[in-house]
Design a protein around this ligand. Structure first.
Ligand SMILES: Cc1cc2nc3c(=O)[nH]c(=O)nc-3n(C[C@H](O)[C@H](O)[C@H](O)COP(=O)(O)O)c2cc1C
Length: 651
């Protein structure tokens, strides 16, 4: 007989009644919009499967995002669910059913972008086909005419919100979320920065909140009592004169009798770093806003922003800082986080590494991906992955992210897997960042993958380089080569000196780094390593040959990285390293001026080179040979994970 169940996280796992509905626990899948929709704004099978996966993973509510209530005038960006198209009903219905059949509540976020409609962040231009947008006041935003909404336009818009909500209820949704934050239309009316109207919709707080109240009332009228309405709003915006915690508290008090959940986020539209806290910010950095608002209201309060650690989330609920925790990125990295929490398996949760690949790829390629979860974006196809028809003996060479992912996936499919790692530890190039506090998720990733591999019966052998002789003796059916990359050594005089440390050896040699450090190479590795050293008290100068720092960083992560660099270290672009001496690094700038950076240590971050010679020696040593990740071409974790997963599926 098994032991009686005692939850490790009792508060997080407790139910909560909201309106006529019950949340099975306190963990909620926050809205995450991806453009895999049809051109006319309908959900695809792929999009539905994405939301279904969240429900299977145990979230109490799965919030579909972002449904636009007015496609002609209020579409925030790219493709969105078009609630003004009656043809969306079937997709919405299938999505609600897909969520509900796994015991989660199906919710959907309704939005109107107002003056920020149709802006393409990447192209920095407008991408829509409407001639003008709606907003609180006449103005021009992103080269588009914005018309201050007349009373008729307001009434028409309020009706569209109510129509949209009614359509979602008809589709079978258990509840809806009104987006009143992050700088979109309702926020634009609430904020004195964007709402300078002089009529009954502007001026006083009550007037600025009037549109929100009218929308809430109109929706309530259509969906009826007992149908939960959640309102997402920002408890602050960075710009002076905008929404403040005080005004957010007043807003919460004003609406609490009309709605069921107050969902407290933070930040206006340009405040991406606030709405989506980066790896440089602490966990749960926005919780204090929810906690403050909760002191003033009686209805459930939800919090969001860099959450995902079960211990922290348990404390938030048990201490009464919030009633509900919402997660977006944590549930991309591991949609099964809620189930693992409920089943007392927190050490099997794969933690989000906060790399922002998810958001960046949404912008750049309109695809849905996660760096460490290869199923994301492929939830539909991966349902049909069968166990291997024939059990193979698989040898994986290399224990970096690619090797580990390949081993885990192959083992899950029923193969007999052995993973050999030449060094003393798993992790590949993640290892060199193990001491970096803002990369604390990296060692956690390796620990968890290691645990998951063990659970699936993968045999891991450390200090075991895979040579052709080893393969001959081992006689695998399949050899998966994932031996990774190492720091490239540029042909600079003095590069062999004792004062030179390759970035990929940072973890091992950190104790030997002098106070003054010059970093050769201002790509992402150089910038982040330099930043870490500067944050730990070193005096750091990063030298980059090109005109731009970290051009390889994705467009969501890069601005945040640049902000941090600006605070902590010196950077020189269009500057070339000429020679390394005992005094430091001799450089030349774009005007041909030579100068010396005095430094005790030179950190080499001039790119990575694949371990091609190992790969070439191992080719043709087994009936199936696959080459994975950085040893093909140094690239992203996402690329390696994705390739590794699919190589294992091909077995
Ligand atoms: C890929 C991605 C897409 C998102 N799309 C939306 C959206 O459509 N609507 C919205 O209100 N928030 C959206 N968000 C914001 C999240 O709901 C959440 O507020 C934010 O990511 C912070 O939570 P996290 O730290 O758990 O990721 C998105 C976040 C991500 C990562």
């Amino acid at each position: 007989m098994s032991d009686a169940y005692t939850p490790l996280f009792p508060s997080l796992c407790s139910y909560l009644k909201v309106g006529k509905r019950t949340l099975r626990n306190r963990m909620v899948s926050a809205p995450m919009g991806f453009p895999d929709l049809t051109e006319d704004g309908c959900l695809t099978e792929g999009a539905i499967a994405f939301y279904e996966e969240r429900a299977k993973g145990g979230a109490a509510i799965v919030t579909i995002s972002e449904a636009c209530v007015d496609y002609a005038h209020g579409k925030s960006h790219g493709r969105l669910i078009n609630l003004t198209n009656p043809g969306v009903l079937a997709g919405l219905t299938n999505a609600a059913r897909a969520i509900k059949r796994h015991g989660a509540l199906a919710s959907i976020e309704l939005n109107h972008a107002g003056m920020l409609s149709d802006f393409d962040v990447v192209a920095s231009e407008r991408k829509g086909d409407s001639n003008y947008h709606y907003g609180p006041i006449d103005c021009v935003v992103n080269n588009t005419e914005v018309r201050g909404m007349s009373r008729e336009m307001i009434a028409e818009t309020v009706k569209k919100w109510a129509d949209g909500a009614a359509l979602c209820k008809r589709a079978g949704f258990d509840m809806i979320m009104i987006h009143a934050g992050h700088g979109w239309l309702i926020h634009q009316f609430l904020s004195p920065l964007t709402n300078t109207r002089t009529d009954e919709y502007g001026g006083s707080f009550e007037n600025r909140a009037r549109l929100a109240l009218e929308i809430i009332d109109a929706i309530r009228e259509r969906v009826g009592q007992g149908f939960p309405i959640e309102v997402r709003f920002s408890a602050m915006e960075k710009a002076e004169g905008g929404v403040t915690l005080e005004s957010a508290i007043a807003f919460a008090k004003l609406i609490e009798d009309k709605v069921d959940i107050l969902h407290v986020s933070a930040g206006g539209e340009p405040d991406f770093a606030v709405t989506h806290p980066s790896m440089f910010r602490e966990h749960g950095c926005n919780v204090h806003y929810a906690a403050e608002i909760k002191k003033h209201v009686k209805i459930p309060v939800a919090t969001v922003g860099k959450l995902g650690e079960p211990e922290d989330m348990e404390k938030i609920i048990s201490s009464g800082e919030a009633d509900i925790v919402c997660m977006a990125r944590a549930l991309l990295a591991d949609p099964y986080l809620p189930k693992k929490v409920e089943q007392n398996r927190p050490d099997e949760i794969l933690r989000c590494i906060r790399c922002f690949v998810c958001h960046a790829e949404r912008m750049l390629t309109q695809t849905r991906v996660c760096a460490i979860n290869p199923v994301i974006g492929r939830e539909y196809e991966t349902r049909f992955i069968p166990l291997a028809a024939e059990k193979k003996k698989v040898l994986v060479a290399g224990g970096g992210p690619g090797g580990m992912q390949c081993a885990l996936t192959a083992a899950r499919r029923g193969h007999a897997v052995t993973l050999c790692e030449a060094s003393e530890a798993l992790g590949g190039n993640f290892k060199c960042e193990y001491n970096v506090p803002f990369k604390a998720a990296f060692p956690r990733y390796t620990e968890t993958m290691s645990r998951l591999m063990e659970k699936e019966g993968v045999e891991v052998r450390l200090n075991t380089p895979v040579t052709p002789e080893f393969v001959a003796e081992f006689a695998p059916d399949a050899l998966m080569i994932a031996v990774g990359s190492e720091s490239a050594i540029p042909p600079i005089p003095g590069v062999e000196g004792k004062n030179v440390i390759p970035a990929t050896a940072l973890d091992k040699r950190e104790g030997k780094i002098g106070h003054r450090v010059a970093v050769i190479g201002g790509g992402m590795v150089g910038c982040e390593s330099g930043l870490h050293l500067a944050m730990s008290g070193h005096e750091v100068t990063v030298v980059e040959m090109g005109a731009k720092l970290a051009p390889d960083a994705n467009p969501r992560h890069r601005p945040m990285l640049m902000d941090e660099l600006g605070k902590f270290l010196t950077t020189l672009t269009s500057t070339r390293a000429l020679a390394i001496t005992e005094e430091g690094l001799k450089c030349i700038d774009s005007e041909g001026k030579e100068f010396m950076i005095e430094a005790d240590t030179i950190l080499l971050a001039a790119g990575l080179r694949p371990r091609e010679e190992i790969v070439d020696a191992l080719r043709c040593t087994a009936p199936i040979v696959e080459v994975i990740g950085d040893c093909v071409e140094p690239g992203t974790v996402r690329g390696a994970t994705f390739r590794a997963f699919h190589a294992a599926l091909d077995l």
